[in-house]
Design a protein around this ligand. Structure first.
Ligand code: XMP
Length: 319
């Protein structure tokens, strides 16, 4: 049995052997996986690594700032932060098809990343925080037999186009092992313990058209939901919890008036690797309390529902 300290030392040696004196560029997604990969690679090769964070503006409240500060201030790892919210919102305007939304985001992400890679003088290697479940769920990208369920934007395409070799130190790991490795590398527990967040971000939690206004509504509701989950001490027992802003309006009543506003779905699941999942059963008064807070505090939402679907047959995300 490997300990994480041994795994860390072995990976550092392996990365050094693979990379030699070459240059490595790493795309940060804002999530735990790419951050752990980057910190590990930085430990192995230091200044030969450049990190690029293409910020699509589809993150939750405060998330982008946390990543930037973690890298620049805590680790002193050089980081190029590309604020591309406008580009992504413009490209998503009018698009309602889930796969087209994903494809656009993946494509724009690659274009912007390539542009930054050129600006820093290119690299010989591309580092990614690909995990074992990502490898399995995306086999069709490499011509394997399975069908693509969803196009994960963090795997496939990029290395061929950029003519670079891949460095993927987390490829054999499951999420809980990546968290253990992150702790081993000294990343803050609050960061390492964060729920997984998909590459395409809030865009796939807004079925239908994504607009700045809908992103803002969703961010507010999601923040209240997660604040209550943390306050109830449930955050770490849940694999993933998030809100989905539905493209449905419903009639409600507030004060003396009729409202006609958006419907929000809340999702929370338990899982060990994201490949299968069960809906989380909240204690009795939790969901009604959250629903009341959201409807009272978030303008634009007048109804809240809870998603009880398991994976399979559902997926964790709605798109
Ligand atoms: P699904 O919705 O397929 O999600 O049951 C399984 C896990 O994967 C995450 N997810 C993604 N992660 N890029 C990512 O990095 C993506 O495009 C993507 N799509 C889904 C999802 O949040 C869940 O943890």
């Amino acid at each position: 049995d490997w300990t994480m300290a041994e795994f860390r030392a072995a990976k550092v040696a392996q990365i050094r052997a693979q990379v030699g004196s070459g240059r490595v560029i790493c795309g940060l997604s804002g999530g735990v996986d790419s951050a752990v990969a980057a910190v590990l690679i930085h430990e192995a090769i230091g200044e030969q690594l450049t990190c690029v964070f293409v910020d699509h503006g589809l993150m939750r409240t405060g998330e982008a700032e946390q990543v930037v500060s973690l890298f620049r201030n805590s680790y002193n790892i050089p980081l190029v932060h590309v604020n591309a919210e406008e580009t992504f919102l413009a490209g998503l305007a009018g698009e309602t098809d889930p796969e087209k939304k994903r494809k656009f985001i993946g494509g724009a992400f690659i274009d912007l990343f390539e542009e930054e890679a050129r600006k820093v003088g290119g690299a010989d290697f591309l580092a990614q925080g690909t995990l074992y479940p990502d490898v399995i769920e995306s086999v069709s990208f490499t011509g394997g037999p399975s069908v693509t369920i969803k196009s994960h934007h963090n795997v496939g395409g990029l290395p061929e186009r950029m003519n670079m070799q891949l460095v993927e130190p987390l490829r054999e790991l499951f999420k809980d092992e990546v968290r253990a490795l992150g702790m081993e590398l000294g990343l803050p527990q609050a960061f390492v313990g964060r729920h997984p967040f998909p590459g395409p971000g809030l865009a796939i939690r807004i079925p239908g058209e994504v607009t700045k206004e809908r992103c803002d509504i969703l961010r507010k509701a999601d923040a209240i939901y997660l604040e209550e989950i943390r306050a109830a001490g449930l955050y770490d027992t849940i694999w993933q919890a998030f809100a989905v802003l539905l493209p449905v309006r419903s009639v409600g009543v507030m004060g003396d008036g009729r409202t006609y506003d958006n419907v929000l779905a809340l999702r929370a699941v338990t899982s060990t690797d994201g490949m299968t999942a069960e809906a989380f059963q909240f204690p009795g008064d939790f969901l009604p309390r959250v629903a009341t807070r959201i409807v009272n505090e978030v303008k634009g939402i007048n109804r809240v529902t809870y998603d009880y679907t398991s994976k399979p047959p559902g997926t964790i995300e709605w798109e």
